[in-house]
Design a protein around this ligand. Structure first.
Ligand code: 9MG
Length: 274
Protein backbone atom coordinates (compact mmCIF):
# COMPACT_ATOMS: atom_id res chain seq x y z
CA UNK A 1 0.00 0.00 0.00
CA UNK A 2 1.25 3.49 -0.83
CA UNK A 3 1.03 5.67 2.19
CA UNK A 4 2.79 9.03 2.10
CA UNK A 5 6.50 8.49 2.78
CA UNK A 6 6.03 4.71 3.06
CA UNK A 7 5.23 1.68 0.91
CA UNK A 8 3.55 -0.68 3.37
CA UNK A 9 3.87 -4.44 2.98
CA UNK A 10 0.42 -5.81 3.76
CA UNK A 11 1.24 -9.46 3.02
CA UNK A 12 1.08 -9.87 6.81
CA UNK A 13 -1.27 -7.90 9.04
CA UNK A 14 0.09 -4.58 10.26
CA UNK A 15 -0.84 -3.40 13.76
CA UNK A 16 -2.10 0.17 13.95
CA UNK A 17 -1.61 1.45 17.50
CA UNK A 18 -4.29 3.83 18.77
CA UNK A 19 -3.03 7.14 20.14
CA UNK A 20 -5.98 9.16 21.37
CA UNK A 21 -5.07 12.72 22.32
CA UNK A 22 -8.24 13.61 24.16
CA UNK A 23 -8.43 14.91 27.73
CA UNK A 24 -10.16 11.72 28.89
CA UNK A 25 -7.38 9.53 27.44
CA UNK A 26 -4.49 11.03 29.38
CA UNK A 27 -3.82 13.25 32.35
CA UNK A 28 -5.84 16.45 32.56
CA UNK A 29 -2.84 18.37 33.82
CA UNK A 30 -2.81 20.81 30.88
CA UNK A 31 -1.53 20.85 27.34
CA UNK A 32 2.10 19.97 28.06
CA UNK A 33 1.24 17.11 30.39
CA UNK A 34 -1.09 15.81 27.71
CA UNK A 35 1.68 16.01 25.13
CA UNK A 36 4.18 14.20 27.40
CA UNK A 37 1.69 11.45 28.10
CA UNK A 38 0.90 11.07 24.42
CA UNK A 39 4.59 10.80 23.51
CA UNK A 40 5.24 8.26 26.25
CA UNK A 41 2.29 6.23 25.09
CA UNK A 42 3.48 6.41 21.47
CA UNK A 43 6.91 5.11 22.54
CA UNK A 44 5.24 2.19 24.25
CA UNK A 45 3.08 1.35 21.22
CA UNK A 46 6.17 1.40 18.99
CA UNK A 47 8.24 -0.71 21.41
CA UNK A 48 5.46 -3.27 21.53
CA UNK A 49 5.30 -3.66 17.76
CA UNK A 50 2.95 -1.11 16.23
CA UNK A 51 3.63 -0.83 12.49
CA UNK A 52 1.77 2.46 12.35
CA UNK A 53 0.20 4.98 14.74
CA UNK A 54 -3.31 6.42 14.50
CA UNK A 55 -3.49 9.83 16.18
CA UNK A 56 -6.92 11.20 17.04
CA UNK A 57 -8.13 14.33 18.81
CA UNK A 58 -11.89 13.83 18.56
CA UNK A 59 -13.48 10.88 20.27
CA UNK A 60 -16.00 9.13 18.01
CA UNK A 61 -17.46 7.02 20.81
CA UNK A 62 -21.28 7.03 20.76
CA UNK A 63 -21.61 9.36 23.78
CA UNK A 64 -18.59 11.58 23.13
CA UNK A 65 -18.73 15.39 23.27
CA UNK A 66 -18.02 17.16 19.99
CA UNK A 67 -14.93 19.34 19.74
CA UNK A 68 -14.30 22.31 17.47
CA UNK A 69 -11.82 21.94 14.58
CA UNK A 70 -9.55 24.40 16.45
CA UNK A 71 -9.53 22.21 19.57
CA UNK A 72 -8.94 19.13 17.48
CA UNK A 73 -5.95 20.75 15.74
CA UNK A 74 -4.56 22.04 19.02
CA UNK A 75 -4.53 18.47 20.30
CA UNK A 76 -3.20 16.53 17.33
CA UNK A 77 -0.88 18.81 15.36
CA UNK A 78 1.88 19.17 17.98
CA UNK A 79 1.86 15.42 18.55
CA UNK A 80 2.07 14.77 14.83
CA UNK A 81 5.00 17.15 14.59
CA UNK A 82 6.91 15.51 17.45
CA UNK A 83 6.33 11.98 16.12
CA UNK A 84 7.16 12.76 12.50
CA UNK A 85 10.43 10.86 12.52
CA UNK A 86 9.36 7.92 14.67
CA UNK A 87 10.00 5.47 11.81
CA UNK A 88 6.48 4.24 11.07
CA UNK A 89 3.61 5.75 9.06
CA UNK A 90 1.56 8.30 10.97
CA UNK A 91 -2.18 8.13 10.48
CA UNK A 92 -4.51 10.94 11.46
CA UNK A 93 -8.00 10.01 12.59
CA UNK A 94 -10.14 12.95 11.47
CA UNK A 95 -13.29 13.63 9.48
CA UNK A 96 -12.65 17.34 8.90
CA UNK A 97 -11.10 18.78 5.75
CA UNK A 98 -9.69 21.72 7.70
CA UNK A 99 -7.82 19.43 10.09
CA UNK A 100 -6.57 17.25 7.21
CA UNK A 101 -5.21 20.35 5.44
CA UNK A 102 -3.27 21.51 8.48
CA UNK A 103 -1.90 18.02 9.13
CA UNK A 104 -0.73 17.67 5.53
CA UNK A 105 1.41 20.76 6.02
CA UNK A 106 3.17 19.18 8.97
CA UNK A 107 3.43 15.73 7.42
CA UNK A 108 1.07 12.78 7.74
CA UNK A 109 1.06 9.47 5.87
CA UNK A 110 -2.51 8.30 6.09
CA UNK A 111 -5.89 9.90 6.71
CA UNK A 112 -8.22 7.63 8.65
CA UNK A 113 -11.64 9.12 8.01
CA UNK A 114 -14.67 7.55 9.69
CA UNK A 115 -16.77 9.64 7.27
CA UNK A 116 -15.04 8.26 4.15
CA UNK A 117 -14.18 11.76 2.81
CA UNK A 118 -17.75 13.06 2.97
CA UNK A 119 -16.73 16.44 4.38
CA UNK A 120 -16.76 19.21 1.75
CA UNK A 121 -13.47 19.44 -0.09
CA UNK A 122 -11.87 16.37 1.50
CA UNK A 123 -11.76 14.30 -1.67
CA UNK A 124 -10.20 17.07 -3.79
CA UNK A 125 -7.75 17.96 -1.06
CA UNK A 126 -6.45 14.40 -0.72
CA UNK A 127 -6.49 13.76 -4.47
CA UNK A 128 -3.69 16.30 -4.79
CA UNK A 129 -1.46 14.42 -2.29
CA UNK A 130 0.15 10.99 -1.96
CA UNK A 131 -1.19 10.01 1.46
CA UNK A 132 -2.99 6.75 2.13
CA UNK A 133 -6.72 6.94 2.82
CA UNK A 134 -8.94 4.79 5.00
CA UNK A 135 -12.58 4.93 3.90
CA UNK A 136 -14.86 3.76 6.69
CA UNK A 137 -18.59 3.06 6.71
CA UNK A 138 -20.86 4.41 9.43
CA UNK A 139 -24.59 4.86 9.73
CA UNK A 140 -25.59 8.18 11.28
CA UNK A 141 -23.32 10.28 13.46
CA UNK A 142 -21.38 9.36 16.59
CA UNK A 143 -23.83 11.33 18.78
CA UNK A 144 -26.83 9.20 17.76
CA UNK A 145 -25.62 6.27 15.68
CA UNK A 146 -26.23 3.54 18.25
CA UNK A 147 -29.82 4.57 18.98
CA UNK A 148 -31.55 2.53 16.28
CA UNK A 149 -29.21 1.08 13.64
CA UNK A 150 -31.25 -0.34 10.78
CA UNK A 151 -30.42 -2.15 7.54
CA UNK A 152 -32.32 -4.43 5.15
CA UNK A 153 -29.07 -6.25 4.39
CA UNK A 154 -26.10 -4.88 6.30
CA UNK A 155 -23.47 -6.74 4.27
CA UNK A 156 -24.87 -5.59 0.93
CA UNK A 157 -25.41 -2.00 2.09
CA UNK A 158 -21.98 -1.55 3.67
CA UNK A 159 -20.39 -3.18 0.60
CA UNK A 160 -22.28 -0.92 -1.83
CA UNK A 161 -21.37 2.21 0.15
CA UNK A 162 -17.67 1.39 0.33
CA UNK A 163 -17.59 0.38 -3.33
CA UNK A 164 -19.10 3.77 -4.25
CA UNK A 165 -16.58 5.65 -2.10
CA UNK A 166 -13.68 3.72 -3.69
CA UNK A 167 -15.03 4.52 -7.17
CA UNK A 168 -15.35 8.21 -6.29
CA UNK A 169 -11.72 8.26 -5.16
CA UNK A 170 -10.57 6.53 -8.34
CA UNK A 171 -12.58 8.99 -10.45
CA UNK A 172 -10.87 11.86 -8.61
CA UNK A 173 -7.49 10.45 -9.68
CA UNK A 174 -6.54 8.71 -6.43
CA UNK A 175 -4.60 5.49 -7.09
CA UNK A 176 -6.20 2.30 -5.80
CA UNK A 177 -2.92 1.46 -4.02
CA UNK A 178 -3.55 4.39 -1.66
CA UNK A 179 -6.88 3.06 -0.40
CA UNK A 180 -7.98 0.84 2.46
CA UNK A 181 -11.60 0.17 3.39
CA UNK A 182 -13.21 -0.47 6.74
CA UNK A 183 -16.74 -1.73 7.54
CA UNK A 184 -16.79 0.44 10.68
CA UNK A 185 -17.53 -2.00 13.48
CA UNK A 186 -19.75 -0.36 16.09
CA UNK A 187 -20.53 2.70 13.98
CA UNK A 188 -24.32 2.47 13.71
CA UNK A 189 -24.44 -1.32 14.00
CA UNK A 190 -25.99 -3.81 16.38
CA UNK A 191 -24.04 -6.81 17.60
CA UNK A 192 -25.70 -8.96 14.94
CA UNK A 193 -24.74 -6.46 12.20
CA UNK A 194 -21.14 -6.49 13.43
CA UNK A 195 -21.02 -10.29 13.46
CA UNK A 196 -22.43 -10.54 9.95
CA UNK A 197 -19.81 -8.09 8.71
CA UNK A 198 -17.01 -9.96 10.46
CA UNK A 199 -18.12 -13.28 8.95
CA UNK A 200 -18.17 -11.82 5.42
CA UNK A 201 -14.96 -9.75 5.46
CA UNK A 202 -13.25 -11.57 2.55
CA UNK A 203 -16.14 -10.78 0.19
CA UNK A 204 -15.93 -7.09 1.11
CA UNK A 205 -12.28 -6.89 0.09
CA UNK A 206 -13.05 -8.64 -3.19
CA UNK A 207 -16.05 -6.42 -3.92
CA UNK A 208 -14.22 -3.15 -3.31
CA UNK A 209 -10.78 -4.10 -4.60
CA UNK A 210 -8.99 -2.55 -1.62
CA UNK A 211 -7.38 -4.04 1.49
CA UNK A 212 -9.26 -4.13 4.77
CA UNK A 213 -8.62 -2.21 7.96
CA UNK A 214 -10.63 -3.26 11.01
CA UNK A 215 -11.08 -1.79 14.47
CA UNK A 216 -12.90 -3.70 17.18
CA UNK A 217 -10.51 -3.19 20.08
CA UNK A 218 -12.34 -2.83 23.44
CA UNK A 219 -15.62 -1.92 21.69
CA UNK A 220 -19.05 -2.40 23.19
CA UNK A 221 -19.81 -5.29 20.81
CA UNK A 222 -17.24 -7.20 22.89
CA UNK A 223 -18.96 -6.07 26.08
CA UNK A 224 -22.23 -7.41 24.66
CA UNK A 225 -20.65 -10.80 23.91
CA UNK A 226 -18.74 -11.21 27.17
CA UNK A 227 -20.73 -9.24 29.71
CA UNK A 228 -17.60 -7.22 30.58
CA UNK A 229 -18.70 -3.59 31.13
CA UNK A 230 -15.21 -2.02 31.42
CA UNK A 231 -13.56 -1.44 28.01
CA UNK A 232 -9.98 -1.77 29.29
CA UNK A 233 -10.88 -5.19 30.74
CA UNK A 234 -11.82 -6.59 27.32
CA UNK A 235 -8.30 -7.66 26.32
CA UNK A 236 -9.08 -11.34 25.69
CA UNK A 237 -12.12 -10.48 23.61
CA UNK A 238 -10.20 -7.79 21.67
CA UNK A 239 -7.41 -10.20 20.79
CA UNK A 240 -9.87 -12.94 19.80
CA UNK A 241 -11.77 -10.74 17.32
CA UNK A 242 -8.53 -9.28 15.97
CA UNK A 243 -7.29 -12.82 15.21
CA UNK A 244 -10.58 -13.76 13.59
CA UNK A 245 -10.37 -10.64 11.42
CA UNK A 246 -6.77 -11.47 10.50
CA UNK A 247 -7.82 -15.03 9.55
CA UNK A 248 -10.50 -13.51 7.35
CA UNK A 249 -8.06 -11.25 5.51
CA UNK A 250 -7.81 -7.99 7.48
CA UNK A 251 -4.52 -6.29 6.54
CA UNK A 252 -4.42 -3.49 9.12
CA UNK A 253 -5.70 -4.05 12.64
CA UNK A 254 -6.41 -0.97 14.78
CA UNK A 255 -5.87 -1.76 18.47
CA UNK A 256 -5.15 -0.33 21.91
CA UNK A 257 -3.27 -3.42 23.14
CA UNK A 258 -0.38 -3.82 20.73
CA UNK A 259 1.75 -6.32 22.66
CA UNK A 260 -0.98 -8.92 23.17
CA UNK A 261 -2.17 -8.52 19.57
CA UNK A 262 1.35 -8.92 18.23
CA UNK A 263 1.95 -12.11 20.25
CA UNK A 264 -1.33 -13.61 19.08
CA UNK A 265 -0.54 -12.74 15.45
CA UNK A 266 2.87 -14.38 15.79
CA UNK A 267 1.20 -17.59 16.96
CA UNK A 268 -1.36 -17.41 14.16
CA UNK A 269 1.42 -16.95 11.61
CA UNK A 270 3.45 -19.84 13.04
CA UNK A 271 0.39 -22.08 12.72
CA UNK A 272 -0.39 -21.05 9.14
CA UNK A 273 0.12 -23.87 6.67
CA UNK A 274 0.49 -21.78 3.56
C1 9MG B 1 -11.31 6.29 14.87
N1 9MG B 1 -11.89 4.96 14.90
C2 9MG B 1 -12.56 4.40 15.92
N2 9MG B 1 -12.96 3.16 15.58
C3 9MG B 1 -12.51 2.94 14.31
C4 9MG B 1 -12.61 1.88 13.42
O1 9MG B 1 -13.28 0.78 13.71
N3 9MG B 1 -12.03 2.00 12.22
C5 9MG B 1 -11.37 3.14 11.87
N4 9MG B 1 -10.82 3.20 10.64
N5 9MG B 1 -11.26 4.19 12.70
C6 9MG B 1 -11.82 4.09 13.89
Amino acid sequence: MLCGRFALDLSRPVIMGILNVTPDSFSDGGRFAQMDSALLHAERLLREGAGMLDIGGESTRPDAETVSPEQEMERVLPVLERLRDCGVPLSLDTRRTEVMRAALQIGVDLINDVSALEDDGALDLLAATDVGICLMHKQGNPESMQQAPHYHDVVAEVGAYLQRRVELCLAAGIRRERLVIDPGFGFGKTLEHNLQLLRTLPALETRCGAPLLVGMSRKSMLGAMTGEPVPSERLGASVAVAMEAARRGARIIRVHDVKATRQALQVLQALATD
